[in-house]
Design a protein around this ligand. Sequence first.
Ligand SMILES: Nc1ncnc2c1ncn2[C@@H]1O[C@H](COP(=O)(O)OP(=O)(O)OP(=O)(O)O)[C@@H](O)[C@H]1O
Ligand SMILES: [Mg+2]
Length: 301
Amino acid sequence: MKLETIDPNNVIRETNLSGTKYQGKVRDVYDNADSTLTIVTTDRHSSFDRVLAHIPHKGQVLNQLSLWWFEQLKDIVTNHVILSVDANTILAKKTKPLPIEVIVRGYITGVTATSLWTNYNNGQRDFGDFTLPDGMVKNQKLAEPVLTPTTKSDLGDENLSSKQIVEKGLLTQERLDEVNAIAIKIFKRGQELALERGLILVDTKYEFGLDDDGNLLLIDEVHTPDSSRYWLADSYDEAFAAGQDPKSFDKEFLRKWFKDNCDPYKDATLPDAPPGMVLELAKRYMEIFEKITGSELNCKN
Ligand SMILES: Nc1ncnc2c1ncn2[C@@H]1O[C@H](COP(=O)(O)OP(=O)(O)OP(=O)(O)O)[C@@H](O)[C@H]1O
Ligand SMILES: [Mg+2]
């Protein structure tokens, strides 16, 4: 799809369906009171814990890309999808979400306080469940993917070791072992399939929940550019050798614009994002959908 054909006003900002509504940053989740949820992935684009802009087709991309990935992973793990309702909406099994976010990393990278590279670069070698050798450099591939679970909370993510998760009573050791084994398996499958499309799945976040019968389900979204970091595979070797960051699916430019043009942490109202940037981001979301799935995004509805 060409940039000129994207209509910047054709966005889903919020929805108003029946059922008890929980509004997440990106999704509107309706509890249908029959062990099902209606989940609408909107076009809201959030950062700094607030909505920065509405990106045309973003909700559709996230929803349909998750559906695609759920399908690719379903022989390894059951997921929450019951049926696809429309481009942005699914009917899902309602679960009790586990109180942790399962983060899997294949490379040592990142810039935030909880990222592996930041902590490693600050001298940390013992990460609770694994240790890393001296001499690693930014963006290096890890010998094996590692798990760095965090608490699922609005107060900022806190890294946890397996021991802490069990000691705090968040999960039993048995459940944690089950979750970890599945997370590693689906991450490896994700990496394999991404690589077939010229992408490196660098790291990702999974959410799991328990259904009424205590079965573990993969929920929320999976391997989307919002929950995962992707690099372009053919840029990796050269960039790594030159000590640079590989080319990535990058949405940082919009965050940066807000940082440069207002105080997104404090200002009561935010300026409108520049329309050109909104369209550029829409294009990037649509392109990554097409790159990963190998099929065109159907934008008719
Ligand atoms: N099958 C499911 N059962 C129960 N909860 C689910 C299921 N699938 C997704 N969720 C929850 O629905 C919400 C999705 O909303 P969204 O992704 O917009 O939220 P978020 O911004 O990630 O986080 P927050 O919930 O803190 O706003 C998440 O809280 C997620 O855990
Ligand atoms: Mg979410």
